[in-house]
Every structure is written in C-alpha cells, then in structure tokens.
Design a protein around this ligand. Structure first.
Ligand SMILES: C[S@@+](CC[C@H](N)C(=O)[O-])C[C@H]1O[C@@H](n2cnc3c(N)ncnc32)[C@H](O)[C@@H]1O
Length: 414
C-alpha cells in the first residue's frame, strides 16, 4: 500500500506551489476513492496527476488508480466505517473535523481560503481544502448529512428588496444558504462569536434563523462556554443547529465543572516571563466566569480619553495589562498574538501561555501537528473552536438527529 506521506513528498503537496485548487481536487479524490463522492473530483484529479506524472518517482504507475488504496499515515485519518457524512466549511485548522471524525463522521468536502490554514489542515487530515467559498462550483460539493460551518462574523444589512435568503447576497452566509438549498443536508451546525446575538440590533441572527426556516429547518440556538466542557478557558460561542424535522435539544448536553488552568500547564518549556514591575493583589477577585483577577502590570496609567475619576481603572481595563491566576480559567484566546495573549500568575511568577498550552486549552489532541509559523499558529488557534465542546454538541446531534442514518455507498452520490 502506498503511504500518503510518499505521495505528499513526491508531489510537494506541503508547499502547494500555487496549485491549491488542483491539490484540493486531487486530495479530495484520494480521500473518497472508495465511495461515490469521488466522481465529483476524479476528472480534475486525474488531469492534475497526469501533468505531474513525468517527474515523479510514483510515476512508474501510469494510472492514478494504481496508487490506491492509500495508507493514511496522518494524525487524523477518516473513520474506517463511517456512520454519516459531513462537510467542513470555513474549516480553519479543522476544529470541527476532529470531533466529527471521532464520533464516526466521514468528511466529504472542506473549504478554507487561507494558505496557512490550508497547510495546517492538509498536514493533519491529508486533504487540501477548496478555496474561496464565494467562487465555489456548487457541483463539487457532494451530498452530505451534516453541514458544519464556523463562519466569520461578517456584518451584513438586509436590503429587504429580495425574497428569502437572496437578501443576504454578497455575504458569506449567503454561500452557506446556497449549499443548503442545493444539497439539503439533514443537519446544519453553525458556530459564531457570542456577539452575533446582538449584531445589527439583533437583525443579523434573526435573519439567519428566518432563512434557515425558509429552507425547511427547525432551528435551535444557545450560547455555550468552553469552560463547561472540560477546558480552562472562558470562551463563549453561539451554536446554531437546524434539522429538517426536529428541534435540537440543548438541555441534553452533558457539562462538566470548570477545570483550573494550572492542571493544563507545562512543567518545563521556553516560557516568556514578565520582566517588568507588576502588582499582585492580596485579595484576588474571582469572577462568575471562573476568571480570577490576580493583578496588573505597573504601566503608566493611561489618561487620554479616560473619563474623570476613572483614571485609576484604566490600567486594569486594558486587557494586556491584566494578570490572571492559574487557579481559575484563562480568558478566551484571541486570534492575534499582538492584541494580547494574557499574563498568568503561576507558581509565584508571571508569564504567558506557550503555543502548545494554547492548543491544549482549546482541546486539540497532543498528536495535532503545528505548522512552522508562530504568529500564524496563534491566529489559527484563536480562530478555532473548543474541540470538546463541539464534540459534545456533535454527539448529541448524532444521538438526537441522525441515529437512523446508515451509510450505504449510494448515499454518498451527489
Ligand atoms: C472563525 S474561522 C473558523 C475556524 C474553524 N472553525 C477552525 O476550527 O479552525 C473562519 C475561517 O474562515 C476562513 N474564510 C473566511 N472567508 C472565507 C472564504 N470566502 N472562503 C473560504 N474560507 C474563508 C478564514 O480564513 C478562517 O480560517
């Protein structure tokens, strides 16, 4: 059996060399060669392979078919006996794909247009995601049971001139609706920042739910916190679930008591300590969220633009100045390292989380491979989802909404 790592090396898949779209067809074909979905990708995959063929050591076989089956020597191979199919839109680094695969889902399509995220995704799942969702040929998106999308919160206002989801034309959510309309997945699972609840005087969320209903779905939503699913991070996100016949019941989710940050930390690493004056409070303040405010950096107090009599607060209000105790949870990881990874007070010292610790408090398994680009690693993890939280939602989706689905080859066919 040919190893994926060999194909990857021979075709220089890792670097993509401007061939991301060809490689998306090629890797999607390899991932699906045993099921009917492969026909969506085969033509372009074969064309690409034949162009490359002449210079390759795997070229001794004239037919792409001769490479199959493949030994998937990657961290997260697809399940051997899938119980349902899903697609991974705005896929990032695969925070949905890990838990969906763990509960028996087979990914039949992924889309993500950021080069670094595509690289991280391919490194872990052996598949290059398709690029810009606004330019997708919908025929390449196969039929599937569950549509997953942690879409970016993009402001949109409703023109009110058109009917149904055409109102959202020109926005990213519009392209999700187009896929739902064409492929009619059994379940739609969407994730976004908590602020979506209030965006544009609540009109954005109302419109999304209304359009899902117009497309034939019964919709439920809830704000969930990663700290209720075994992670020491105060990360609130809205989860929206739509199903053709039944409303998803969020009350069945199994939650856990909040863990403390210190039990997730590395004993040894190249830590970044705070080497300037700071103050640790004698009485630390525990917040309802589980955050424990431990102190602050002694930076010059910012006065400009601060309301009279609140100058003393401005030091602590600037988040990068705050220090949190590791007896509590960590604030939500931001997507920009520069906008402030937070300071933590641990074993009488003040330091920041290492990149490995960041991936740990998002629930990424140890075997998840990191690309070699530090600022991108922070961006990717801050953009991603709390893996155990999605796993609990996905398990309940499977239990409540897709128990009766059995995969036969025919059901893969678009
Ligand atoms: C909030 S992040 C989702 C991260 C993902 N859930 C994960 O687990 O890593 C949104 C992602 O959408 C991607 N994106 C934004 N616009 C896109 C587009 N037009 N087509 C494809 N991907 C897009 C971004 O690059 C980003 O990685």
């Amino acid at each position: 059996m040919l190893k994926y790592s060999k194909i990857r090396k021979d075709l220089d898949i890792e670097n993509m060399n401007g061939n991301a779209e060809d490689l998306a067809f090629f890797t999607h074909y390899l991932q699906n060669h045993t099921n009917g979905v492969s026909k969506s990708f085969k033509k372009r995959a074969v064309e690409y392979y034949n162009q490359q063929n002449t210079n390759l050591s795997i070229a001794s076989e004239p037919e792409l078919q001769a490479m199959l089956p493949i030994k998937w020597d990657i961290p997260f191979p697809s399940p051997q006996k899938p119980e349902f199919t899903f697609i991974d839109l705005f896929a990032g680094i695969g925070g949905f794909r890990i838990p969906m695969q763990e509960i028996g889902g087979k990914c039949v399509f992924s889309s993500e247009f950021n080069y670094h995220a595509q690289r991280a995704y391919e490194l872990n799942f052996g598949e290059v995601p398709f690029g810009d969702i606004t330019k997708l040929d919908l025929n390449a998106v196969p039929k599937h049971n569950v549509l997953c999308a942690g879409f970016p919160c993009q402001p949109f206002s409703i023109s009110g001139k058109m009917k149904g989801f055409e109102d959202t034309r020109g926005t990213l959510i519009y392209h999700i609706f187009k896929i739902i309309e064409k492929r009619e997945p059994d379940v739609v699972l969407l994730e976004n920042v908590k602020h979506l609840l209030y965006h544009d005087k609540k009109r954005t969320l109302t419109t999304i739910i209304q359009h899902l209903e117009e497309l034939g779905y019964k919709v439920s939503k809830k704000v969930l916190n990663a700290s209720d699913f075994g992670l020491p991070q105060n990360r609130e996100r809205i989860i929206i679930v739509g199903h053709k016949n039944k409303k998803f019941d969020f009350s069945k989710l199994k939650t856990k008591s909040k863990p403390v940050l210190k039990s997730f930390l590395d004993k040894e690493n190249d830590f970044e300590f705070l080497n300037e004056p700071y103050t640790i409070l004698e009485e630390m303040k525990t917040q309802d969220s589980g955050l424990i405010f431990a102190g602050y950096r002694n930076k010059t107090i910012r006065k400009a633009g601060v309301r009279p009599n609140t100058e003393h607060l401005s030091r602590v209000h600037k988040q990068p100045n705050r220090i949190y105790s590791t007896d509590g949870v960590h604030p939500a990881l931001p997507s920009q390292e520069s906008s402030g990874r937070f300071w933590i007070y641990h074993e009488n010292e003040v330091r920041k989380l290492t990149i490995q610790e960041c991936y740990k408090i998002m629930g990424f398994p140890r075997k998840f491979k990191l690309i070699n680009n530090k600022s991108e690693l922070y961006r990717q993890v801050g953009n991603s989802v709390a893996v155990p939280m999605i796993k609990e939602v996905a398990s309940q989706i499977k239990e409540q909404l897709i128990t009766s689905i059995k995969i036969k080859d025919a059901e893969y066919i678009s």
